[in-house]
Design a protein around this ligand. Structure first.
Ligand SMILES: N[C@@H](CCC(=O)N[C@@H](CS)C(=O)NCC(=O)O)C(=O)O
Length: 202
């Protein structure tokens, strides 16, 4: 949704409530047999997988490029997008899952272990913003679009009631990673941001 907002393409959001198993309903499985989100439906085309969706949007709507305007940019952006999968999205999922399931105290030691490699990535991303407003330069790209929700997921779980005791050392973001905090604010002022932010994340 952030990518569509950045390209100023209108869309109709559909939220599926996983707690009601809506992702596994017959009607959704007929669209995406894996029953996961995000899933994009554009006319006759259906695409699943975040990165495939980003690539499709770029190919179908090339104005306002998000995956680079020259080979060097393409390489830099894809590098961050791919690394974000392994080094941010997966470990942050491991940190947030037990917290969102209310098991933060019971699994405190594991959570602290899972978050360790994330600190290193966040420090590197924070430094990369010393001399640029966005992760790959002067404009928003898919790199920002992939990293931002992962970071929000981490902040949402780090600020959940009762989780302060774990001392996850990420919130408030400006205390730990000031460049990332300023960068997040930049993203949050873009047109279409509010509509793209999932309502159940508020
Ligand atoms: N690699 C996929 C991961 C998709 C994914 O795991 N989505 C989660 C929500 S963030 C989901 O739908 N989980 C429910 C399920 O897989 O049953 C992507 O990037 O799109």
């Amino acid at each position: 949704m952030l990518a569509l907002a950045a390209k100023e393409i209108s869309y109709e959001p559909r939220r599926l409530d996983n707690s009601k198993r809506e992702q596994k309903s017959e009607s959704f499985l007929s669209i995406n047999p894996r029953g996961n989100v995000p899933t994009l439906v554009d006319g006759e085309i259906t695409v699943r997988e975040t990165n495939a969706i980003l690539a499709y949007i770029e190919a179908a709507y090339p104005d306002t490029p998000l995956l680079g305007a020259n080979p060097a940019q393409v390489a830099e952006i894809w590098q961050i997008v791919c690394e974000a999968d392994d080094r941010l999205r997966t470990p942050i999922g491991n940190v947030s899952r037990p917290i969102f399931r209310g098991r933060s105290m019971e699994l405190a030691a594991e959570i602290k272990e899972f978050i360790r490699p994330v600190y290193q990535e966040l420090a590197a991303l924070n430094s990369s913003l010393d001399d640029r407003p966005y992760l790959c330069g002067e404009t928003l790209t898919a790199a920002d679009i992939v990293v931002y929700p992962a970071l929000m997921q981490l902040l949402r779980c780090a600020t959940k009631d009762g989780v302060e005791a774990l001392e996850l050392k990420v919130a408030p973001l400006e205390n730990y990673y000031p460049n990332l905090a300023a960068w997040a604010q930049r993203i949050e002022t873009m047109p279409g941001y509010i509509e793209a932010y999932p309502p159940h994340w508020r």
